[in-house]
Design a protein around this ligand. Structure first.
Ligand code: NDP
Length: 272
């Protein structure tokens, strides 16, 4: 039975919660991390211990890692997963909201990587799984700031992989396509906080068309299984799933930027 120590951020719902539960079922002792205490308490068990924190808080992350090391002496797996999506036209999203998007998604992941790597280096082993997105290789109207945060995580991940492989540490990207969680409803609630001039009417309806399949999308267990595989086998360094996630990136590469943008507008059903 695996006795590894895992940290999963964003474990109060969706992909993070499914991952924390699956890792625990497979023998990991899991520190489940997020802000919503009552949600984390629902999954507390012999093998799942909640840590309540905000990934934008340096001091809270430093303390949490100190606590994990003082109680368990090691960290075998970090699953960087906590994320939000600030939708809106690039022109209209206030830079303060854009900065917050990067603070949670990009610096949140970086903060945890910087905090765990000294321990993984000392133990000469470890695995970091960074959850990105199909939108970390393609960028579509209305999702620009979210994509910017995820592209940046890919860049950082590819760099850090080369920096730490000689210390026995694996760094893996998992890129989900549309997954049925709280994520899409939340991002459309955040969109409502942004004011757009009437000229963006097509964009606003188009964005909803792009995620119209969400009710039929696979559940978060699909991604949890990919994380478990990444932690326990020798996975590809970037794993995109389900298949349509992989296909969109191939289509962008085959079609080139201009034709791809036109194809996306068709899918978004822009009326002109
Ligand atoms: P959910 O909204 O269900 O989960 C997001 C998690 O992130 C929650 O546990 C939330 O917890 C946590 N979180 C958000 N902000 C913070 C913060 N400041 N500090 C601590 N925790 C935070 O969405 P998913 O499970 O779908 O998303 C997980 C990851 O998967 C994200 O990185 C997302 O970008 C990615 N992804 C999702 C896709 C999808 O279609 N669902 C597609 C592609 C990628 P709390 O609010 O309690 O703090």
């Amino acid at each position: 039975m695996n006795q590894g120590i895992a940290l999963v951020t964003g474990a109060s719902s969706g992909i993070g919660r499914a991952t924390a539960e699956l890792l625990a079922q497979n023998g990991y002792y899991v520190f489940a991390i997020a802000r919503r205490k009552y949600r984390l308490e629902q999954i507390r068990s012999e093998r799942i211990e909640p840590i309540i924190l905000d990934v934008t808080d340096d001091e809270a992350v430093r303390k949490a890692i100190g606590y994990v090391i003082s109680t368990k002496s090691r960290i075998d797996l970090l699953v960087n997963n906590a994320g939000i999506s600030q939708l809106g036209a690039v022109e209209c999203v206030p830079l303060e909201a854009a900065r917050y998007q990067l603070e949670v998604n990009l610096f949140g992941y970086a903060r945890f990587m910087q905090a765990v790597l000294p321990h993984m280096r000392n133990q000469k082993s470890g695995c970091i799984v960074n959850i990105v997105s199909v939108l970390s290789r393609i960028s579509v109207p209305g999702f620009g700031w979210y994509s910017a945060s995820k592209y940046a995580i890919e860049a950082l991940t590819d760099a850090v992989r080369g920096e730490v492989m000689e210390f026995g540490i694996d760094v893996v990207l998992i890129a989900p396509g549309l997954i049925k969680t709280e994520f899409v409803p939340k991002e459309f609630r955040l969109l409502e906080t942004i004011s757009h001039p009437p000229e963006y009417k097509n964009l606003l309806s188009g964005m909803r068309n792009l995620v119209a399949d969400e009710p039929e999308a696979p559940g978060p267990e699909l991604i949890a299984k990919a994380v478990l595989d990444a932690a326990t086998a020798s996975p590809p360094v970037r794993h995109a799933l389900p298949l349509d996630s992989k296909m969109s990136v191939i289509a962008r590469w085959l079609l080139g930027a201009r034709i791809f943008a036109w194809a996306v507008r068709l899918q978004m059903k822009f009326s002109r």
